[in-house]
Design a protein around this ligand. Structure first.
Ligand code: NCD
Ligand code: ZN
Length: 344
């Protein structure tokens, strides 16, 4: 196989950041994807429809000339979010809200403590058809970081999906066999996104031979058996799993630090990284469903009409990219060779 043409994909989970960063991050994603679900963990977080629409227009302004890229902005749930906030968001065309347990990840300090307190809001989301996107990790200090996703399923997620069978839930960036099994065993209203790093790597790639800060993201890479389970579900072509890069830029100095930030900036090679995975799995015929069909299907949005083509062509991911503020960032997979390239 020398080329592959698929319906244009969408990215169902990423971080664009804000202001001058947008002139880097938005073109990187718009080079390939038609739409993206944009995470609301800005400082301060995007907690209201007004903030979300203003953010959306800043993203639109950062699109390359002629681009038809469409950002799908989301609301950041807090303990102050009300059912009225949800109805207002729905009216304004916002399709999803993000639940971060407080302290789970980058810029989540303002997020939710005591998830049960939000049940009335989840009820309204189910009624309004607004999706609940979940960062599924507990944050209790006594729970081992490698067990936090499984604990979240047991302590919270299973209760949420039981209590709200009609609420559409996306378990974001899953990292474990436990999560894949949970999604497979759940109703059609529960799905998951999977990142390129969790398909390509396991925790050895983070820790063996020295700490690799550019492979550090949250939820953290897990052991090989979990990676294999994620690879198996995408190779099987299950429509409950779809593309969400979790592309999350942090400047080089913030990653290469005594207390390094979590997040991999993968936008410039996202579809190529996934193509690499599907080829390794002998499942190139399943790439289109994962990248371009199952996401819109789950969100109840139209599948894109146009296509992209990838060609078999070796290229090296750049070692560094210079951000608009002049600072360097190290992209995910920097300096490594990929075998597929998006035709432009
Ligand atoms: C994300 C970020 O940097 O905003 N980081 C990450 O490691 N994935 C936040 C998140 O999605 O958890
Ligand atoms: Zn994320």
């Amino acid at each position: 196989m020398q080329t592959i043409t698929i319906l244009r994909p969408d990215d169902w989970h990423l971080h664009f950041r804000d202001n001058d960063m947008l002139s880097e991050t938005v073109p990187a994603t718009a080079r390939c994807f038609k739409r993206a679900i944009v995470m609301p963990n800005l400082v301060p977080p995007v907690t209201t429809t007004e903030l979300a629409l203003a953010y959306r227009s800043r993203i639109l302004d950062a699109r390359p000339v002629g681009s038809d890229f469409e950002p799908l902005v989301t609301l950041y749930l807090t303990n102050n979010t009300t059912s009225q906030d949800i109805r207002e968001a729905k009216q304004a065309g916002i399709v999803a809200c993000k639940l971060y347990p407080a302290g789970a990840t980058t810029n989540s300090a303002a997020a939710v403590e005591g998830i049960e307190a939000l049940y009335p809001v989840f009820e309204t989301m189910a009624e309004e058809g607004v999706l609940l996107l979940i960062h599924g990790e507990v944050t209790d200090s006594h729970i081992d970081i490698f067990d936090r996703e499984k604990c979240f399923i047991d302590q919270h997620l299973s209760k949420i999906v039981d209590a709200f069978p009609t609420l559409k839930v996306v378990f974001e960036h899953i990292t474990t066999k436990d999560a894949a099994d949970f999604v497979l065993a759940s109703s059609v209203n529960v799905a998951a996104t999977i990142t390129p790093q969790h398909l390509l790597l396991n925790r050895n790639d983070l820790l063996v031979g020295g700490v690799k800060p550019h492979n550090y993201c949250l939820p953290v890479l897990k052991r090989n058996t979990h990676q294999q389970a994620l690879r198996a579900v995408v190779a099987a072509g299950s429509e409950k799993f779809f593309l969400g890069t979790d592309s999350a830029p942090h400047e080089k100095h913030a990653k290469e630090s005594a207390c390094g930030c979590a997040g991999c900036y993968s936008a410039w090679s996202a579809i190529e990284l996934y193509a690499e995975v599907f080829e390794q799995l002998g499942a190139m015929d399943k790439l289109e469903g994962f990248a371009s069909i199952f996401g819109p299907q789950f969100y109840g949005l139209p599948v894109n009409q146009d296509t992209i083509t990838l060609s078999k062509q070796s290229w090296d991911v750049p070692q560094e990219i210079t951000l608009p503020n002049g600072n360097p960032i190290v992209p995910f997979y920097a300096g490594q060779t990929l075998n597929w390239k998006l035709d432009v």
